[in-house]
Design a protein around this ligand. Structure first.
Ligand code: MN3
Length: 200
């Protein structure tokens, strides 16, 4: 069965932007719960293939329609969180490389891109995600409800912010805009650029 990705850094490595307690709960409890529920559904259907996790979403015909929503919800929880934790880190917070060239070409400047990303994140009602994605080599910003995932829509995601309350509530309480504004201080652009170079 599937596993969640280990954190590439210490739970406290993103402080003060994201506190250790939030990271422990978010990675070890929330993320793990999505994984356990997804695996339980796969077991229910005696899943025996070993598709890459990203690829799996294109092969879920074996799951009865009645279980599809629960499967996709938990699958999305797993892949979205794998991405979120992967593209953050304690260093490389300045954008650079081919991904910066692409951002500048599309949005005019990194500052303008950041404003667009933050602006879109602030419009999220309820729980969900905002992501910088790529399709046909074109960058775009998308908003996803709950645990909808970008892969089923044919997008290759490069940056993702988790806008569920569990992502920020211990530290930021009701002031979600402060969490959203601080997010780019923990994005690891070495990882984002590597994803861009891999996917373009
Ligand atoms: Mn989350």
């Amino acid at each position: 069965m599937y596993k969640i990705d280990d954190l590439r850094y210490d739970y406290g490595a993103l402080e003060p932007v994201i506190d250790r307690d939030t990271m422990v709960l978010h990675h070890d409890k929330h993320h793990m719960a999505y994984l356990n529920k997804m695996n339980a559904l796969l077991e229910k259907y005696n899943y025996s293939k070993d598709y890459d996790l990203i690829e799996l979403v294109n092969h879920i015909d074996f799951i009865d329609v009645v279980d599809r929503e629960a499967f996709l919800f938990n699958y999305g929880g797993v892949v979205n969180h794998n991405l979120f934790f992967k593209i953050m880190g304690p260093s490389n917070h300045e954008p650079f490389g081919l991904v910066l060239d692409a951002i500048n070409a599309k949005y005019g400047s990194f500052t303008a891109f950041k404003e667009a990303f933050i602006g879109l994140a602030n419009t999220m009602m309820g729980s969900g995600w905002v992501m910088l994605v790529m399709k046909n080599n074109e960058l775009d910003l998308i908003k996803l409800k709950n645990q909808d995932n970008p892969y089923i829509l044919g997008y290759k995601p490069l940056i993702a912010i988790d806008l569920w309350e569990h992502a920020y509530y211990l530290k930021y309480r009701n002031v979600r805009p402060d969490y959203i504004n601080a997010f780019f201080d923990v994005v690891d652009f070495a990882m984002v650029n590597a994803l861009y170079e891999e996917e373009r």
